[in-house]
Ligand binder design. Sequence first.
Ligand SMILES: Nc1nc2c(c(=O)[nH]1)N[C@H]1C(S)=C(S)[C@@H](COP(=O)(O)OP(=O)(O)OC[C@H]3O[C@@H](n4cnc5c(=O)[nH]c(N)nc54)[C@H](O)[C@@H]3O)O[C@H]1N2
Ligand SMILES: Nc1nc2c(c(=O)[nH]1)N[C@H]1C(S)=C(S)[C@@H](COP(=O)(O)OP(=O)(O)OC[C@H]3O[C@@H](n4cnc5c(=O)[nH]c(N)nc54)[C@H](O)[C@@H]3O)O[C@H]1N2
Ligand code: SF4
Ligand SMILES: [Mo]
Length: 735
Amino acid sequence: MSQHPSICRYCPAHCPILVTVEDGRPARVVGDPASPLFGGYSCPKGRALPEQHANQARLLRSLARGADGDLAPIDVERAMDEIAERVGRIASQHGPRSVALYVGTNSLPYPAAPLAAHSWLSGLGSRMFFTSNTIDQPGKQIALALHGGWQGGEQDFATADTWLLVGLNPLISKSAGIPNQNPARRLTDAIDRGMKLIVIDPRRTETAQRAHIHLQPRPGEDPALLAGMLRVILDEGLFDRDFVATETTGFDALFEAVQPFTPERVARRAGVEADRLVEAARVFAAGPRGCSITGTGPSFATRGTLTEYLSLCLNSVCGRWGRAGERALRSNVLLPPAPPRAQPYAPYRAWGYGEKMRVRDLGQAACGMPTAALADEILLDGEGQVRALFCLGGNPMMAWPDQRKTMAALQKLELLVTVDPELSATARLADYVIAPKLTLETPGMTQPIEALKYFGVGIGYPAPFAQYTEAIVDPPPGSQLIEDWEFFYGLAQRMGIALTLVGFYGWGRHVESPPLLCPLDMASKPSSGQLLEMLTERSRVPLAEVKKHPHGHVFDEAIDIIAPRDAGYDVRLELGDAHMMAALGEVDAILRKAPEPASADDGARPFLLVPRRANNFLNSSGRSIAKLTGRRPYNPAFVHSADLARLGLRSGDDVAIASRHGEILAIVEADDTLRPGVVAMTHAFGAPPGEDDGRDRHRAFGSNTGRLVATDDDYDPVSGMPRMGAIPISIRAAG
Ligand SMILES: Nc1nc2c(c(=O)[nH]1)N[C@H]1C(S)=C(S)[C@@H](COP(=O)(O)OP(=O)(O)OC[C@H]3O[C@@H](n4cnc5c(=O)[nH]c(N)nc54)[C@H](O)[C@@H]3O)O[C@H]1N2
Ligand SMILES: Nc1nc2c(c(=O)[nH]1)N[C@H]1C(S)=C(S)[C@@H](COP(=O)(O)OP(=O)(O)OC[C@H]3O[C@@H](n4cnc5c(=O)[nH]c(N)nc54)[C@H](O)[C@@H]3O)O[C@H]1N2
Ligand code: SF4
Ligand SMILES: [Mo]
């Protein structure tokens, strides 16, 4: 028996852990009390890492679909031979665009994997690179491109006087909003200090329960609510005049555009009290320090870009950005040095360049390619049609909008390959399933998590923290597993493609320094450890230094002091972007037509379905682990008890939930933390169409909310993301 410090890579929090190893296998995981910043925190998912590694459902060998139509074990080298041959043939017959790659959430634990996969795809000549980002919060990157990001970063939660969270629940999701390192503890400390938390959420979440002000609106009204708060702040002169005058442009346009959003009008439509809205605006503006951050709730409820843009405007008019002479909040440690200045990044184009989709006039944008349109692209016959799809750490069948369409598309492909440790719903449709090593069997580091700060405000480490871990166990005996990057390296070798890893996630267009290029030796394969060394070649703190601190370390020597604006640099933050002001005009028009929070959809669908995340699962991951599912392997439909009573239902009853687009069976559960009229369900549950037709099947594996979403209805014209929240639904008893 031995104990090893390592990093839990199950979710983006990347908590430092102590792993007890017995007979070469992980036996027990606890939060590492010796690590700074996290205070020994761990959650049930992290503590279930031994079960994940030893899971009965785990694939110990790769699989290929045989002539009989069944998946059967295959030697991984042979699988790579066959796949290289087949994808090469498709690319040469139909052009490289016929090959697409989808990277999901489980690429994050493996820093080299998405980079190797991307390089392989580029080498093939295809730009059809998709990620889960465009079915998550793509508005964050689009809004940053339109508004401008601040090089000095945001203000620190630890010293804030006020904090605004719009539709996110960091106490459970641990991904943004409150620093992820034991967020509940950090929130307690902040509130004890006197910080005033404001939460806008239709559910009285774990986070909202601790708020000074909780606005519990009808879902989907966030643009109006934030415009209303901005109006109060601008009208009452509560903003930072100096900052607005010297660092921003477009104030007059914003001032004009928010005028129609009087507190009374907004409050009436959103179903909140006007006085509380005004109070929220005043508390936020009073600060003096704080930040506004948005989450997946408003992102899914349509107009996510506008909500994020207005949130950035709230921060900018209140001057909530790091000033010259202050210490920067998020210094680089394993990323290359990037001395921050008190000035915006140069603006960049948010859309209108790069690869085009053949459907709905969508294409490449600041957020990446529109994943919600990929199924349509596969289904649409014609030149350029996608015929081969490679999935890395993602599960389209559980996570993409419109599960039926997704299934039809995946079945239509000539070649579907996925890298997945289990027979996910996507893997079951695949021609090849590559069985990968899991986190404790591979080296890892915190660099990808450090780089998440480029994706939006309120994400990333609040201190120069870094950690590196070696692989601490070997793969299970008798297995044949490779690392995700090795699969793409193997394909590249066979296809004569030379791989170059483009370092530090150079996808954020406003990353200031030139990308780090790491060409790989294609004749003699590097080790995973060598790849991590290459990716940290120009790091602010040498990787060798980070390795000296196996429990993780805060590198105070890396703290940056924000420098003043460069002489002659006149870029300003944009408060009045024309697209966003026009979008506000559309919201105004909607309010004019429907001033009341009328029934959602002609009364036929009187409830609004919203997302919520479960502590024991990461999207679809964890559902095969008994320790995490416990006695409830399904995702309840949470409904307010007053609504249940009106419907004549009781907790545990079966119901049919129908949207304009589809219907699912579910099990209701009373939850009085919800605003009446709102139903909350966790996504990525359920089974593929055809497998859940029998009675009671939903009791065994839950219900897929993606069935209720249409990809081509009410979608964002830039990211292509459809309405995935605030979905009008009906509920009726199912006998
Ligand atoms: N209706 C609805 N749809 C949604 C959402 C919602 O709230 N509601 N949320 C959206 C959001 S925010 C996101 S990010 C997407 C997520 O979309 P995806 O990333 O596509 O979905 P996941 O379920 O996270 O897929 C993870 C897959 O990785 C596999 N996996 C687990 N561990 C490993 C590993 O170590 N290596 C590899 N290679 N694979 C591994 C799992 O078995 C699983 O199949 O879904 C989106 N879809
Ligand atoms: N335990 C766990 N952690 C996770 C994940 C997981 O599946 N499980 N997934 C990870 C991923 S991929 C992501 S993207 C992040 C997401 O992290 P978060 O964005 O924090 O996601 P949620 O916890 O679902 O919080 C969304 C909140 O929005 C509220 N909401 C719904 N509709 C609206 C609306 O119209 N307006 C407003 N203002 N609020 C609304 C919901 O009630 C809910 O409380 O979490 C990550 N962390
Ligand atoms: S919050 Fe839980 S799953 Fe996420 S890294 Fe920490 S222990 Fe792992
Ligand atoms: Mo996500």
